[in-house]
Ligand binder design. Structure first.
Ligand SMILES: [Zn+2]
Length: 183
Protein backbone atom coordinates (compact mmCIF):
# COMPACT_ATOMS: atom_id res chain seq x y z
CA UNK A 1 0.00 0.00 0.00
CA UNK A 2 1.33 3.42 -0.90
CA UNK A 3 1.06 6.16 1.72
CA UNK A 4 0.25 9.54 0.20
CA UNK A 5 -0.17 11.69 3.35
CA UNK A 6 3.18 13.38 4.22
CA UNK A 7 4.58 12.32 0.84
CA UNK A 8 7.76 14.23 -0.11
CA UNK A 9 8.43 14.71 -3.84
CA UNK A 10 11.40 12.67 -5.03
CA UNK A 11 11.88 15.19 -7.89
CA UNK A 12 12.79 17.80 -5.25
CA UNK A 13 15.28 15.39 -3.68
CA UNK A 14 16.85 14.66 -7.06
CA UNK A 15 17.11 18.39 -7.85
CA UNK A 16 18.44 20.05 -4.69
CA UNK A 17 19.73 17.45 -2.25
CA UNK A 18 23.15 16.46 -0.99
CA UNK A 19 24.00 13.37 1.06
CA UNK A 20 24.99 14.30 4.64
CA UNK A 21 27.41 12.38 6.86
CA UNK A 22 25.69 10.28 9.55
CA UNK A 23 26.05 10.79 13.29
CA UNK A 24 26.90 7.63 15.24
CA UNK A 25 26.32 6.63 18.85
CA UNK A 26 27.54 7.93 21.36
CA UNK A 27 27.55 11.38 19.69
CA UNK A 28 25.76 13.79 22.08
CA UNK A 29 23.50 15.04 19.26
CA UNK A 30 21.64 11.71 19.56
CA UNK A 31 20.90 12.43 23.24
CA UNK A 32 19.62 16.00 22.73
CA UNK A 33 15.87 16.69 22.24
CA UNK A 34 15.16 18.70 19.09
CA UNK A 35 12.87 21.77 19.24
CA UNK A 36 9.82 22.13 17.02
CA UNK A 37 10.01 24.05 13.75
CA UNK A 38 8.09 27.37 13.91
CA UNK A 39 7.37 27.77 10.22
CA UNK A 40 8.38 26.54 6.81
CA UNK A 41 11.29 28.14 4.96
CA UNK A 42 13.84 27.19 2.32
CA UNK A 43 16.36 25.82 4.80
CA UNK A 44 13.73 23.47 6.30
CA UNK A 45 12.88 22.06 2.85
CA UNK A 46 16.57 21.82 1.94
CA UNK A 47 17.31 19.87 5.11
CA UNK A 48 14.37 17.48 4.54
CA UNK A 49 15.59 16.83 0.98
CA UNK A 50 19.13 16.23 2.25
CA UNK A 51 17.78 13.82 4.87
CA UNK A 52 15.88 11.84 2.23
CA UNK A 53 19.00 11.63 0.05
CA UNK A 54 21.04 10.51 3.07
CA UNK A 55 18.44 7.90 4.08
CA UNK A 56 18.32 6.45 0.55
CA UNK A 57 22.13 6.44 0.17
CA UNK A 58 22.38 4.41 3.40
CA UNK A 59 19.46 2.05 2.60
CA UNK A 60 17.57 3.32 5.65
CA UNK A 61 13.82 2.94 6.15
CA UNK A 62 13.69 5.98 8.45
CA UNK A 63 15.91 8.86 9.52
CA UNK A 64 15.71 11.60 12.16
CA UNK A 65 17.36 14.98 11.60
CA UNK A 66 19.72 14.64 14.59
CA UNK A 67 21.23 11.50 13.00
CA UNK A 68 22.85 13.73 10.37
CA UNK A 69 25.82 16.09 10.53
CA UNK A 70 24.16 19.48 9.96
CA UNK A 71 24.27 23.10 11.23
CA UNK A 72 21.25 22.67 13.48
CA UNK A 73 19.02 19.57 13.70
CA UNK A 74 15.34 20.24 12.97
CA UNK A 75 12.28 18.34 14.15
CA UNK A 76 11.92 16.28 10.95
CA UNK A 77 11.63 12.53 10.34
CA UNK A 78 11.83 10.96 6.88
CA UNK A 79 10.75 7.50 5.72
CA UNK A 80 11.31 5.30 2.72
CA UNK A 81 8.33 2.96 2.34
CA UNK A 82 9.04 2.35 -1.36
CA UNK A 83 8.27 -1.00 -2.98
CA UNK A 84 9.88 -2.34 -6.17
CA UNK A 85 6.86 -0.90 -8.03
CA UNK A 86 6.65 2.58 -6.49
CA UNK A 87 8.78 5.22 -4.86
CA UNK A 88 7.13 6.22 -1.58
CA UNK A 89 9.02 8.81 0.43
CA UNK A 90 7.54 10.61 3.44
CA UNK A 91 8.77 13.63 5.40
CA UNK A 92 6.97 14.55 8.62
CA UNK A 93 7.68 17.94 10.22
CA UNK A 94 7.04 18.24 14.00
CA UNK A 95 5.74 14.64 14.21
CA UNK A 96 3.78 13.58 17.33
CA UNK A 97 2.04 10.31 18.18
CA UNK A 98 -1.54 11.04 19.19
CA UNK A 99 -2.65 7.46 19.88
CA UNK A 100 -1.22 3.95 19.67
CA UNK A 101 -2.19 0.34 20.40
CA UNK A 102 -1.42 -3.33 19.67
CA UNK A 103 2.03 -3.89 21.30
CA UNK A 104 4.23 -6.51 19.59
CA UNK A 105 7.89 -7.51 19.54
CA UNK A 106 10.03 -6.55 16.55
CA UNK A 107 13.77 -6.57 15.84
CA UNK A 108 14.96 -3.04 15.02
CA UNK A 109 18.13 -1.67 13.48
CA UNK A 110 19.41 1.94 13.43
CA UNK A 111 21.74 3.80 11.05
CA UNK A 112 23.48 5.34 14.09
CA UNK A 113 24.26 1.85 15.49
CA UNK A 114 25.82 -0.11 12.59
CA UNK A 115 25.24 -3.89 12.74
CA UNK A 116 23.24 -3.75 15.98
CA UNK A 117 19.75 -5.24 16.08
CA UNK A 118 17.57 -5.08 19.13
CA UNK A 119 14.20 -6.67 19.82
CA UNK A 120 11.80 -4.14 21.33
CA UNK A 121 8.08 -4.13 22.13
CA UNK A 122 6.26 -1.24 20.49
CA UNK A 123 2.70 -0.54 19.44
CA UNK A 124 2.00 -1.75 15.90
CA UNK A 125 -0.83 0.70 15.31
CA UNK A 126 -0.26 4.44 15.69
CA UNK A 127 -1.85 7.69 14.63
CA UNK A 128 0.75 10.37 13.96
CA UNK A 129 0.14 14.09 13.56
CA UNK A 130 2.46 16.66 11.99
CA UNK A 131 2.99 18.94 9.02
CA UNK A 132 3.77 17.99 5.42
CA UNK A 133 6.26 19.78 3.15
CA UNK A 134 3.57 22.32 2.15
CA UNK A 135 2.99 22.99 5.87
CA UNK A 136 -0.47 21.45 5.92
CA UNK A 137 -1.31 19.82 9.23
CA UNK A 138 -2.10 16.13 8.64
CA UNK A 139 -2.87 12.95 10.54
CA UNK A 140 -1.96 9.45 9.44
CA UNK A 141 -2.72 5.97 10.76
CA UNK A 142 0.11 3.45 10.35
CA UNK A 143 0.19 -0.27 11.06
CA UNK A 144 3.01 -2.79 11.28
CA UNK A 145 6.61 -1.86 10.41
CA UNK A 146 5.83 1.76 9.41
CA UNK A 147 4.22 2.22 12.86
CA UNK A 148 7.40 0.91 14.52
CA UNK A 149 9.60 3.17 12.35
CA UNK A 150 7.74 6.34 13.24
CA UNK A 151 8.09 5.65 16.97
CA UNK A 152 11.81 4.91 16.52
CA UNK A 153 12.39 8.22 14.69
CA UNK A 154 10.27 10.32 17.09
CA UNK A 155 12.31 8.82 19.95
CA UNK A 156 15.45 10.11 18.17
CA UNK A 157 13.94 13.61 17.95
CA UNK A 158 13.25 13.39 21.70
CA UNK A 159 16.91 12.56 22.36
CA UNK A 160 16.22 8.88 22.98
CA UNK A 161 17.84 5.90 21.22
CA UNK A 162 16.62 2.31 20.94
CA UNK A 163 19.04 1.06 23.60
CA UNK A 164 17.93 3.55 26.31
CA UNK A 165 15.33 1.25 27.90
CA UNK A 166 17.60 -1.83 28.00
CA UNK A 167 19.11 -3.10 31.24
CA UNK A 168 22.50 -1.79 32.35
CA UNK A 169 24.15 -5.13 31.46
CA UNK A 170 22.60 -5.31 27.99
CA UNK A 171 23.61 -1.71 27.28
CA UNK A 172 27.18 -2.40 28.42
CA UNK A 173 27.37 -5.44 26.11
CA UNK A 174 26.05 -3.46 23.14
CA UNK A 175 28.52 -0.62 23.78
CA UNK A 176 31.36 -3.16 23.80
CA UNK A 177 30.11 -4.66 20.54
CA UNK A 178 29.89 -1.19 18.95
CA UNK A 179 33.47 -0.44 19.99
CA UNK A 180 34.68 -3.74 18.53
CA UNK A 181 32.72 -3.15 15.30
CA UNK A 182 34.38 0.26 14.92
CA UNK A 183 37.86 -1.27 15.01
ZN1 LIG B 1 17.62 5.05 14.63
Amino acid sequence: MQITTFEFPIELVNTISKVLPLVYYPNSQLMTPIAEIDSLNDSVIQHAADMVATMIANNGVGLASNQTVCDKPMRIATFNFSSPERTNILAIFNPTIISSSNPQKFSEGCLSFPDIFQELTRDHRVIVKGFDYKWQECELELRGIPAVCIQHEIDHLNGKTFIDDLSFLKKAMLKKKLKNNAK
